[in-house]
Unconditional design. Structure first.
Length: 692
């Protein structure tokens, strides 16, 4: 099903992601048209990542990026790591109201910036079918999940020549004075003629099946791999020059298509080396000095991504997602030094039973992790024999054959450890050790910052929980529930509040508000406002007077912050309500007959602007079956979204869902409806009340 849509759309590279139930991250399941190593940094995509696929899934619409310039402008992180010309499109895979995955397609830059009618039809049909398949699989209890390494589709088979044609083609290439070499999409040599072997000064058998820059030390610089990456992703010819020791200058011309890359190799005369020729790759001082382009790009991507995470859990997930595929690691364990012991934070490629024996071990134990951390110096073991000589009694997980123990040092203090393991012996040349040590230093800084953030977050949430109602009182004749969702960024603390106040045996008040700002000062003022409103309501004060008196209190306190507030007094015996608002979004009302509207409550100015403000009221009937929905603007506001349109959509959803669901299910349904269009950068408070 995946292959045909690539053919119909003439896409050069395709990636299919799945979003299993209960998971937050989109996982790469199928890859076509490119090597796994290039896609590894995006094996998992979070909904809030600054990537086209995340935007497509969050907005539930197609996202097109028509050029390298547009990519650099809209998605600078992706443009930084893939600085090539190509057209990219991302699409959500949806069935019903649920998102089940996403599709990413790449075309050569000669493709139009927008799809043709035929291409869009093929893409839409595929996304519908894929969504239906994933929905059915989940319903049957067998949800589609991605493997640790995505399935890679082989290129479409080429016409097979008969024996005579094959012999003629081979004879033809062997006659050429030009070196001919063929690479598959993974960069491995599949064919080499005699002229190429002679120019490269290598035995054909030694190069077949290998990546040239891994075998020929004088090519083990970023240039060759970089040009190969550019050819595969952009599907455009490219060229570069390199010097084969002792001084032969060679020109490499790369011609890509959907099955691989053809390379022409020619020797350049000395006098042709002018300004028009690309700078030569100088012969390395030794194999230990070489660093590949993939490693450099992976390091840049990891640094850019780590700079944006703030939570310890996010650091753990990102380190696992990036280090394991990007650096060809089979096992990873991330440890934290805490109270003189090592605590496991997360892992990849290890069983929980194996790591449990190390979790909580004292730093004084003579184990590899503890000694590496206490010494503060990284240690590398290229084989099991080398590891066993140093730690003869240390357990070995499966058939691991090489290890790197990387202490995490922040501000001169050891705060944790990263352990990497490989299932084959490894040399760990100097350049690779330097890269891994740099990565460990980067992780240490981010992890130390994340620990401080989490500590402040826990303090902020404790304060927030203390200021909001621990439970809403029971009021006969009224069903009420409330929800509070903190913002997804910043300190996760704000000034949104709600309350239900009993005003007598058959009267109650519901209120909601939003203090300007997202900090401890805003939360403290929120507590004062809520207390004032509660006190005035309990004294049976009229709604307009409640807001006026609270406003005078805020003006006297002069906190420098403004507050919106909506207050509704419900007389359950007479089935009517009186409402007043201080600049707060209009509440929604669902009448017993199913009609839903936003109430046109006369708007008073925000609390705290001027001490002598007045607040007019609105009287409405609330017969049994009436549903009132009070909310803060975080539920309907998002950059680039019209708030009136979002409110109308919320009202339409209330019309459909408000008649049969109880208030708890209805509140959850309203939040679920709004979340795909909101950005999570503002707090959300929601209060739902049904008159019985």
């Amino acid at each position: 099903m995946f292959g045909p849509v690539l053919q119909d759309c003439r896409a050069s590279i395709g990636m299919l992601y799945v979003l299993p139930p209960g998971r937050k991250a989109l996982e790469l399941a199928v890859l076509s048209g490119g090597p796994w190593q290039m896609a590894a940094p995006w094996a998992r995509v979070m909904p809030d990542d600054p990537l086209p696929l995340a935007d497509a899934v969050r907005r539930r619409c197609a996202v097109w990026v028509g050029s390298q310039e547009e990519m650099a402008r809209r998605y600078p992180r992706l443009g930084f790591v893939l600085p090539y010309d190509f057209v990219l499109a991302a699409f959500p895979v949806i069935c019903g109201s649920a998102v089940w995955g996403g599709l990413v397609l790449l075309w050569p830059v000669r493709h139009p910036a927008k799809p043709t009618v035929r291409e869009r039809g093929a893409i839409d049909a595929f996304c519908r079918r894929a969504g239906l398949v994933m929905q059915r699989a989940a319903d049957e209890g067998k949800p589609v999940r991605a493997e640790p390494t995505p399935r890679t589709l082989a290129p479409l088979p080429q016409p097979t020549p008969d024996r005579a044609e094959a012999v003629a083609a081979h004879t033809f290439t062997e006659r050429l004075p030009v070196g001919c070499c063929s690479l598959d999409l993974d960069g491995r040599v599949t064919y080499l003629n005699a002229a190429a072997a002679d120019l490269l000064d290598v035995d054909t058998a030694r190069l077949m099946g290998s990546r040239p820059w891994k075998v020929l030390l004088w090519l083990d610089r970023p240039d060759f791999e970089e040009r190969y990456r550019a050819a595969v992703i952009s599907r455009r010819p490219t060229t570069f020059t390199a010097v084969r020791p002792p001084g032969l200058r060679l020109s490499f011309d790369l011609y890509p298509d959907d099955s691989g890359v053809s390379v022409h190799i020619t020797a350049l005369p000395e006098e042709s080396c002018g300004a028009a020729i690309a700078p030569a790759v100088q012969a390395p001082r030794g194999a230990a000095e070489a660093v590949g382009a993939a490693t450099l790009y992976q390091l840049m991507h990891m640094a850019a991504t780590l700079s944006e995470v703030v939570r310890v859990k996010d650091v753990v997930d990102l380190v696992g997602d990036q280090l394991v595929p990007g650096f060809e690691v089979q096992g990873l364990a991330l440890w934290l030094a805490e109270g003189g012991r090592l605590r496991i934070l997360g892992s990849r490629g290890y069983s929980a039973e194996f790591l449990a024996r190390f979790d909580g071990q004292p730093l004084t134990d003579p184990t590899p992790p503890a000694q590496a951390l206490t010494s503060g110096s990284p240690s590398f073991f290229g084989s099991y024999a080398e590891f066993q000589r140093t730690y003869p009694h240390a357990p070995r997980f499966k058939d691991r054959d090489a290890w790197a123990f990387l202490p995490l040092i922040a501000s001169g203090r050891p705060i944790g450890l990263v352990v990497l393991s490989y299932d084959h012996p490894r040399d760990f040349p100097t350049a690779e050790r330097a890269i891994l040590t740099s990565v460990a230093g980067l992780i240490a800084q981010v992890l130390d910052r994340a620990r401080l953030y989490d500590a402040n977050l826990n303090l902020a949430r404790t304060l927030q929980a203390g200021l909001l109602p621990q439970a809403l009182p029971s009021v006969p004749g009224l069903q009420v529930t409330a929800r509070y969702l903190p913002a997804g960024h910043g300190t996760d603390i704000g000034g949104d509040f709600y309350d239900l106040i009993r005003c007598g045996s058959q009267c109650a008040a519901i209120t909601i508000g939003d203090v300007q700002g997202h900090n401890v000062q805003a939360a403290a003022l929120m507590g004062q406002v809520r207390t004032a409103v509660h006190a005035h309501a309990a004294a049976h004060t009229a709604p307009g007077a409640v807001l006026a008196r609270t406003n005078r209190l805020i003006a006297d306190l002069n906190p420098g912050l403004f507050t919106s507030c909506l207050y509704a007094h419900l007389d359950l015996a007479r089935h009517n309500a009186r409402l007043a608002t201080a600049g707060h979004p209009a509440p929604l009302i669902r009448h017993p007959d199913g009609r839903t509207e936003a109430l046109a409550v006369p708007v008073g100015i925000l609390l705290g602007v001027t001490a002598d403000a007045g607040y007019p009221t609105l009287d409405i009937p609330v017969p049994p079956g009436t549903v009132l929905v009070l909310y803060t603007d975080g539920l309907v506001e998002a950059p680039g979204t019209d708030i009136d349109h979002a409110t109308d959509r919320l009202a339409q959803h209330l019309t459909r869902a408000g008649g049969t669901q109880d208030v708890d299910d209805l509140a959850d349904s309203l939040l679920e409806h709004a979340m795909p269009t909101t950005t999570g950068t503002d707090d959300i408070a929601l209060l739902v009340a049904r008159v019985m």
